[in-house]
Design a protein around this ligand. Sequence first.
Ligand code: SF4
Length: 379
Amino acid sequence: MNMIDLQPSYSPLSALSPTNDPWDPIRSLQRHGRHRLTSVEMTVSNLCNMRCEHCAVGDTLVISEPSKLPLKEMLSRLEEVEHLETISITGGEPSFSDRTVRDYMVPLLQYARSRGIRSQINSNVTLPYSRYEQLAPYLDVMHISFNYTSAEDFHQIGFAKAGHHVSLEAAAKLYERMIDNTRRLSETGVLVSAESMINFRTYNKIDEIHKLIVEMGCKRHEVHPMYPSAFAKDLPVLSRGQMLRAIEQLLDTRDKSIWMLFGTLPFYQCSDNANERKLLRRLANEPNVTVRNDPDGRNRLNVNLFTGDVFVTDFSDVPAFGNIGSSKLDDLFDKWLDHSLARSVDCHCPAAACCGPNLLVKDMYYKHIDFHERSAVME
Ligand code: SF4
């Protein structure tokens, strides 16, 4: 495979904003009239210094890991993706190893800059700032998790599955460093987007969590309901009513100066529940609020950099359906769209700017519903 030319060759991009979110698959669907692969997520680490109780990939975490594929193989496959608009880098904690930061993450971000596409890293930002400082000049979005109102919460949630004792003092140091790193990254111009999950722990204090996120200088607060994927499958499940009330509470009390992005909501405009449709109308009309359609398998695939295996998402039970060693990513994406699971959620209602439910959401709340028989009710 040829080496990639990293010289900048594209015009400057417009700023990420509530009207410009290239991770939302509705954009490429509207533009191309069909789903296209515009986003590639890469798993570069299975190491992490934390063991959160809700971690979607917790059962893949290890204490030492094998070597990764050569970077140039990944870059060549990215270069072939015709409509690529965004890349995401995830883990584990992707920056756990300084070598991964230098040899994989920085070059991948530089590639994104040179191609004129957007980038995101999913990190807990609890490591020394020097890790993130190397990434900041080339990075668009630093995505962090924030589900806490105090260091005690962080201790309880972040080390729930550590398997050994972690003192409150040690956890509190990491908590303070996370807050400090977040502030510093925001000050350098990186869009720090803090994600909170609505779950049994957070649903009645999501407004307090929001306040701390604003105080840390984050430019965006991302809110997703928590669904019981693999590692977190034993946690209590909230009803749709509890989720609806938590979102209303947040909308009533939020700081309107920061962008609020809701994702993987279990509510659709085709619902026969008037309260859920009313909430969606409110979300659509609130300033600085967006509801992102689910990217997994709609405009995004996940590549595991240890094996080259390609998945619909990094935490799905759906097995790999190809490998970058032998296939182009665009071809694998078309193969996925033909999969019976992809077809089970491939409805589209243009009036509601909706392109169907997330697979986990369908499985949890709408198992026996055929979304192809429904359509948006626009009042
Ligand atoms: S696209 Fe699917 S989920 Fe969305 S409103 Fe239409 S039928 Fe419902």
